[in-house]
Design a protein around this ligand. Structure first.
Ligand code: SF4
Length: 751
């Protein structure tokens, strides 16, 4: 039985996404959390040019004037309902529930109780949080931070929901204090993309627009991404592309419904008909087999060129690239049997994929965590870039890389300076604008922050949104580290695990959400397509004690440093923050005026705009990426952690994953029939998942086995429940991103 009091039920996976059920589920959430009036007021302004930006994923919005009345998806509606709920977590709630008792509850239950209403403080040794005034709260944090023996004994964590203004003020606060310890959720998601793209094309972001996908690409390759759940409005763009004859190749270990068919509820055939078939080709790569696949197709394209077919864009290679000859030599040396073993695909399947490529003029590759959370993630994404460069698929309509961001403003936060290793130019501009010398030594990212906390090197952990205790790998290590801090403080909308896994003393600072009006001004965000636009909350704050994130950060700056760089002004009027951003961040000149335009503006993307590449060679770089993959030893499986359909990052909206046929439960592990019989288990068995690493074993107890069409050797389970299995030291080379998609485990029958 689950929290809902319903029995776990397993059905056949769906073969299509959205449809009428998508609308029904969205409306059910909206009515349950917001009621009819708030639902109308929020959902009809969601993603509209004068409305607020969806607090969920970072998929782009159609140009101004091209937005539908309902410009949102099921998961966008869930995110809004979850934030704009009428439920409240107030002082009576905290008086009733001790921290220890709350920590026994599920992540779903914690957040389902509603919005935080006032600042709460947990004194040293106390069992319950108690109310505290804002001024007292600021004083406590300010005195702790300004009395540190070393500014690097503080960590400033950022979740990707933070607006541009909040992110800019936050990095300013950390650097004014003297530290670059700024881990953010990007460290756990697209850090590998940033590293590979910066090296190959000189910019750490995607280069394509929404229109490149919906109007121009004639081949769209979707790799390691599950758009049906994680970027649902992308399906509309894919449907438009299909209707004009484009082809889609889906590469994924799992046959996700949102890759197969889309029933668009805003179209008749999506309501009464079969909807739109999406993937023309589904390549069921084995977990971590993507590098081998792209090395294989690149080898195939080269072989065809050398056999006299004209398949490579020689003009582009000569004029705009470097390193082709060396890469070509590496492809020639590859062995097809090795490629087949590592990819889990046959040469024939790879050759068929090459046929699709050769038949297309403009190729866009979209990807997400399925590529970024592996030891070899950076070489894999470099190989994807090799794939695009071979046929000049960059810097022209319909062509280029599209890492689809998970959180609504995670890309904007990085642009604003939320990174432990910002370039010298940014720090110089900050120095010039604010007349203080920012620290130059690189700080800690998420994994290194956990290591430092565990070693007792951190006194203060500050969280801007998010849920660090649940979002990070190696739950045991993270919790150990958080508990070693003297103070943990979180700027949050809802109660979550990070408030309960705390330092000697702890603070919760309730902030406004995207749906709410902030008296100090509107905020801005940047989506996966580098479009910067405004977000204007519509609802009155849920409590008189809630404050805007930017306001909270600037008032903390005021409490720490007085009026030295204009904290009060920035707190009271966010357009002042934007003027500072315009002076410091490239591409934001005249920010306030440009963002006032309907739909905002697009930041420069030189590889797309002018085929200019800010790399060391000033060219697009081919690279050599030896084919590797993680292979689980005999008797073990390779596990990927993933989201259910009722989940956004660590926020769990419900206990269903209807596309995969899982209802009323989350402690399930998806395993193939072949593996079950070879390992001697059966569908329905209850097992412990045990991960194996150099420093020992990690256990996640009581998972129900679900027979599922995964490739042999590959398993899957939801995070945050499975994060305990991900060793802290199991990270991607170069990017240090946790390798949450390739965890070696064994199934252990419950004693
Ligand atoms: S696609 Fe993403 S941004 Fe758009 S409404 Fe859905 S969750 Fe929100």
């Amino acid at each position: 039985m689950t929290a809902e009091g319903k029995k776990l039920r397993i059905e056949e996976p769906e073969d299509y996404a959205v449809g009428v059920p998508g609308v029904a589920v969205a409306m059910r959430y909206a009515m349950a959390e917001m009621g009819p009036v708030r639902s109308a007021r929020t959902l009809l302004t969601l993603n509209q040019t004068t409305g607020f930006d969806c607090p969920s994923c970072a998929w782009g919005d159609p140009a101004a004037g091209h937005r539908k009345m309902a410009e949102f998806c099921e998961n966008g509606a869930k995110a809004v309902a979850w934030e704009a709920t009428r439920k409240r977590v107030d002082r009576a709630f905290f008086a009733k529930h001790s921290v220890e008792e709350l920590n026994q509850q599920s992540d779903y239950w914690l957040e389902s109780n509603g919005r935080l209403t006032e600042p709460m403080y947990l004194a040293p040794g106390a069992t319950h949080y108690a109310p505290i005034s804002w001024d007292e709260a600021y004083k406590k944090i300010a005195s702790k931070l300004t009395s540190l023996s070393d500014p690097d004994r503080a960590v400033f964590y950022t979740s990707g929901r933070a607006s541009n203004e909040a992110a800019f003020a936050y990095q300013l606060l950390a650097r004014r204090l003297g530290t670059n310890n700024m881990p953010d959720c990007s460290n756990m998601c697209h850090e590998s993309s940033g590293a590979a793209l910066t090296e190959t094309i000189g910019i750490g972001k995607g280069t394509v627009t929404l229109e490149d996908i919906s109007d121009h690409a004639d081949l769209i390759v979707i790799v390691g991404q599950n758009p049906g759940t994680n970027h649902p409005r992308m399906l509309s763009g894919l449907e438009e592309a299909k209707q004009r004859g484009a082809k889609i190749v889906a590469v994924n270990p799992l046959p996700e419904a949102g890759l197969m068919r889309f029933k668009n509820p805003q179209k008749p055939k999506g309501v009464v008909g079969g909807g739109t078939k999406l993937a023309d080709r589904f390549l069921q790569v084995r977990l971590n087999g993507d590098l081998a696949l792209f090395a294989g197709v690149n080898k195939e394209l080269l072989e065809r060129e050398e056999n006299g077919q004209s398949v490579l864009d020689k003009g582009f290679i000569e004029e705009f690239s470097a390193g082709f000859d060396e890469a070509a030599a590496a492809w020639r040396a590859l062995d097809w049997a090795e490629i087949e073993t590592h990819s889990g695909l046959s040469r024939a399947e790879i050759a068929a994929f090459a046929d699709d490529v050769v038949a297309s003029k403009a190729v866009t590759v979209c990807w997400a965590m399925g590529l970024t959370q592996h030891k070899n993630a950076v070489p894999t994404i470099r190989e994807v870039m090799n794939f695009l460069l071979l046929r000049g698929n960059i810097g022209r309509p319909g062509a280029g890389p599209c890492p689809v961001r998970g959180h609504s403003n995670v890309q904007g936060d990085r642009t604003m300076g939320i990174w432990e290793k910002m370039p010298e130019e940014f720090l110089d501009a900050l120095h010039k604008e604010f007349s203080f010398a920012p620290p130059r030594e690189h700080g800690w990212d998420a994994v290194n922050s956990i290591r430092a906390m565990r070693e007792g090197k951190v006194d203060v952990f500050l969280g801007l949104g998010g849920n660090f205790a649940s979002a990070t790998p190696d739950t045991g290590a993270t919790w150990d580290g958080l508990r070693k801090c003297e103070l943990t403080a979180h700027i949050s909308t809802k109660l979550n695990r990070s408030h309960l896994v705390h330092g000697t003393e702890a603070l919760i600072l309730p902030c406004l959400g995207r749906t709410e009006r902030d008296p100090n001004g509107f905020v801005t965000v940047e989506d996966s397509m580098s479009v910067v636009h405004g977000s204007h909350g519509k609802l009155a704050p849920g409590s008189p004690h809630q404050r805007g994130e930017t306001d909270i950060i600037c008032r903390l700056g005021l409490a720490m440093f007085g009026e030295d760089i204009g904290w009060g002004e920035m707190a009271a009027d966010y357009s002042v923050v934007r003027d500072h951003i315009a002076a410091v961040v490239p591409g934001f000149s005249d920010f306030n005026a440009r963002v006032a335009e309907p739909g905002g503006f697009t930041l420069p993307r030189p590889p797309h705009d002018t085929r200019e590449f800010a790399t060391a060679s000033k060219r697009a770089n081919f690279s050599i990426n030896p084919v590797t993959s993680v292979v689980a030893p005999e008797g073990h499986l390779l596990l990927q952690t993933l989201r259910s359909h009722d989940q956004f990052n660590t926020t769990v909206y419900g206990l269903n994953d209807r596309y995969r046929g899982v209802h009323h439960g989350r402690r399930v592990v998806l395993v193939s029939e072949a593996d079950l019989s070879s390992l001697g288990f059966a569908d329905g068995d209850i097992v412990d998942l045990v991960s194996v690493w150099a420093d020992g074993e990690r256990r996640a107890p009581e998972f129900r086995i679900v027979k599922y069409p995964t490739p042999p050797g590959s398993a899957a389970a939801y995070f945050p429940e499975a994060n305990v299995l991900v060793p802290l030291d199991s990270v991607a080379d170069v990017s240090n991103t946790p390798a949450s998609k390739s965890v070696v485990i064994r199934l252990e029958r419950q004693k």
